[in-house]
Structures are given as structure tokens and as C-alpha cells.
Design a protein around this ligand. Structure first.
Ligand SMILES: N[C@@H](CCC(=O)N[C@@H](CS)C(=O)NCC(=O)O)C(=O)O
Length: 232
């Protein structure tokens, strides 16, 4: 897998300053950062971290991110993890194609939408949580658990975004809310078999995302580490 801290030191000494993204093809948090990097038209090196093999729990990886989650972005000799923090970092460092609107209230709505996805949906259905539920309550309990939390979050998003949505989640520009929503809707449909008929706004947004190359290129089926069985 993955670089060790030694390799990071080497990279800081080298002339190569390209960004490195530690990512897993199916990870929705990595998916967010892939979209953000693509929207900013930033070139990056993709470093696969296989969650199913536990590579994120290795001591080498935990030197990059002590909590043992992907994604991690390495910029020269600086490593930053957590998709929200990474998005804020690249937003400030690379101001082209802004992810946040100027208007303060619309900006706050973007934070609200992104935080519902990351704090009230995805964090309740990540691999560690689902493995824990499978162990304590049985493997059949993981899907209803995940669906319950996705539905709850989607119901809230559907309700409050209707006052702000245009072509995209908070207007006619792609912004941070879209960067977080697209992977969550994608995984709700493909991984958690969620019936999206109750969520017409989110379904319409999902169709709009599928038209954007920066979103399409970031999809799980288009990554370096996507297994061939998942690409057909
Ligand atoms: N808040 C973190 C969450 C990161 C996270 O949950 N990553 C997942 C993949 S989407 C992961 O590494 N899971 C491994 C595990 O649950 O053990 C972020 O937004 O980056």
C-alpha cells in the first residue's frame, strides 16, 4: 500500500510537488475529495489504501492519519486528513473554481448540507460501525441500520434544500454541498439499495451530477484500484 512517513519525507525532498491522495475506490469520503480536486482541476497522484485488507489500520498509515481513515491528502511534506478539512484546505490554497459561494447564508447552507452528510449519515454507516453492528447484533442488522440513517438525513436535506436548490444543491453553481451529496447519494443507491422515490430533489441532483466530468471521473467505478468486476 501506501506511503510510510519515510516516503513522505522523501517526497518533500524531491522536486515532485504533486498532491497525493490516499484513497479507496469505494470510500464515499475519498469520493468527495476526488470530486473537489477534479473541480479545482488539480493533478494528483492516487495512492490506493485497501480497507478490506485493513491497510488503513497499519502503523504506517496511522502515521499519516492516527484515526485510521481514508482519505488523506499529502501536499509536499504536509499531510491532512478528513474530507471536510481537506476540502477547506484546497479551497483556501487553490482559490480557482471556488467550492463556496460568496453569500454568507448560502455558504452556511453549504456547511449545513456537508455536515449532515458527514456527521449525521456517513459516520453512522462507515465500515467500522457496520462491522461493530454485524458483530453485536448480527450481519442482517447492518443494512436496515444504514438505510435508517440515510433516510433520516436525506429527509432533512430534501426539506431544507428545496428553498435553495437551483440546477445544483444550493443554486446554479456546483458547490461544497454537491461535493458531499453526490457520493452519499451514489452509495445510497449502489451500496445500500435505498429507494430514492421519496427524494425527488436529491434524485434530480444525482442526475445533474452524472453529467459533470469532474463528478464522473471521481466515481468509484473509475478509480485505479477499482476491481475489474466493479467496472462492468
Ligand atoms: N470524517 C472522516 C470520515 C472518514 C471515514 O469514515 N472514512 C472511511 C471511508 S469513507 C474509512 O476509512 N473507513 C474505515 C473504517 O471504517 O474502518 C472524513 O470525512 O474523511
Amino acid at each position: 500500500m501506501a506511503a510510510t512517513s519515510g516516503e513522505i519525507e522523501n517526497s518533500s525532498n524531491s522536486k515532485e510537488k504533486k498532491l497525493k491522495l490516499y484513497s479507496y475506490w469505494k470510500s464515499s469520503c475519498s469520493h468527495r475529495v476526488r470530486i473537489a480536486l477534479n473541480l479545482k482541476e488539480l493533478d494528483y497522484e492516487y495512492i490506493p489504501v485497501n480497507l478490506l485488507k485493513g491497510e488503513h489500520l497499519s502503523p504506517e498509515f496511522k502515521k499519516l492519519n492516527p484515526i485510521g481513515y481514508v482519505p488523506v491528502l499529502v501536499d509536499g511534506d504536509f499531510a491532512i486528513s478528513d474530507s471536510s478539512a481537506i476540502c477547506m484546505y484546497i479551497e483556501e490554497k487553490y482559490p480557482q473554481n471556488p467550492l463556496l459561494p460568496e453569500d454568507l447564508q448560502r455558504k452556511a447552507i453549504n456547511y449545513q448540507a456537508a455536515n449532515i452528510v458527514s456527521s449525521s449519515i456517513q459516520s453512522l454507516q462507515n465500515l467500522a460501525v457496520l462491522n461493530y453492528i454485524a458483530e453485536k447484533a448480527g450481519p442482517d442488522e447492518t443494512l436496515p441500520w444504514a438505510q435508517f440513517h440515510i433516510r433520516k438525513g436525506f429527509t432533512a436535506l430534501e426539506e431544507f434544500l428545496k428553498d435553495y436548490a437551483g440546477k445544483y444543491a444550493t443554486g446554479d453553481q456546483v458547490t461544497l454541498a454537491d461535493v458531499f451529496l453526490a457520493p452519499q447519494i451514489y452509495s445510497a443507491i449502489k451500496r445500500f439499495n435505498l429507494d430514492m422515490s421519496q427524494f425527488p430533489l436529491l434524485s434530480r441532483l444525482n442526475e445533474a451530477y452524472c453529467e459533470i466530468p469532474a463528478f464522473r471521473d471521481a466515481m468509484p467505478e473509475n478509480q485505479l484500484d477499482t476491481p475489474s468486476a466493479a467496472t462492468s
